[in-house]
Design a binder for this molecule. Structure first.
Ligand SMILES: O=C(O)CCC(=O)C(=O)O
Length: 261
């Protein structure tokens, strides 16, 4: 559970790193499964492995059987306890992504607000970003603009060689203070959907891998009619048929809801 002080910091700044981390066994299982996922899917950039918790991913082209592991990880009791003060008693898992930046080759993620792309109405969602490797400025850790979650910013086409189609133009960001989220393996960060965040390219000799799970309050609607879009890697994001998972409580008016319990 996060403390009242941590909850207030999350509401104020748009993110927190709670005082909890995965156990050594959980970390070694996570490393093993991410490495298997990447080696089973050499056709994907490792920063762009979308929905590894779903059999076949969102397009049916993700190979291997690690989805069994990732969906169970999303139900980890302690992670859900951290989320509950933020999202309430009714929670759905609707997405996930592995962002693994190989040494010397990892792509930058342009500064963006996730709410710009997402089909959730109203936007009551929280991302749990879990560090698989030590993540610091050297290997392209997450960077955020604290308190930026109160406002919507325009997005434009992103530079070539970055992991997303669009980002916030650099001229808008130039005077804003950047905070770097430095994490040990197994530590995690909770991020508001509207917080401006991104990460630099990895020029170091150390891998920087993380996995993010996307949760929403199930009183919000996962809108099946939201416009589809195409990612840079040719991956089509199609929200109309994606299954989502009930983590706790009720599923509200949401459709295509599964449950592993
Ligand atoms: O892992 C990263 O560098 C970026 C993560 C991100 O953009 C996200 O979780 O929405």
């Amino acid at each position: 559970m996060i403390s009242k002080k941590e909850l207030n910091l999350y509401l104020l700044n748009g993110y927190i790193t709670p005082n909890w981390k995965l156990s050594s066994k959980q970390i070694s299982d996570l490393i093993k499964n991410v490495e298997k996922l990447i080696s089973d899917n050499k056709h994907c950039r490792p920063e762009q492995i979308v929905c590894p918790h779903m059999k076949g991913g969102t397009m049916g082209d993700l190979k291997g059987d690690t989805y069994n592991y990732f969906i169970k990880l999303a139900y980890t009791k302690e992670i859900i306890q951290l989320l509950t003060p933020i999202l309430g008693q009714n929670i759905i898992l609707w997405g996930s992504q592995v962002f693994c930046k190989p040494p010397k080759d990892g792509m930058a993620v342009p500064m963006h607000q996730d709410s710009h792309y997402w089909p959730i109405k109203p936007m009551s969602t929280c991302s749990v970003w879990i560090a698989i490797d030590k993540s610091s400025k050297i290997n392209g850790c997450l960077k955020v603009i604290s308190k930026s979650h109160k406002e919507n910013f325009i997005h434009g086409k992103s530079q070539t060689g970055t992991a997303l189609n669009s980002g916030i133009p650099l001229k808008i960001l130039k005077d804003k203070k950047i905070d770097y989220i430095i994490l040990e393996p197994g530590q995690l960060s909770l991020l508001d959907a509207t917080l401006i965040h991104g990460s630099d390219a990895n020029h170091s000799t150390f891998r920087r891998a993380g996995i993010v799970f996307r949760y929403m309050n199930s009183n919000s609607l996962f809108d099946r009619k939201h416009e589809n879009h195409h990612q840079k890697d040719g991956h089509e994001v199609n929200y109309s048929k994606r299954p989502i998972w009930l983590i706790k409580g009720h599923s509200g008016k949401n459709t295509l809801v599964k449950n592993i319990n």
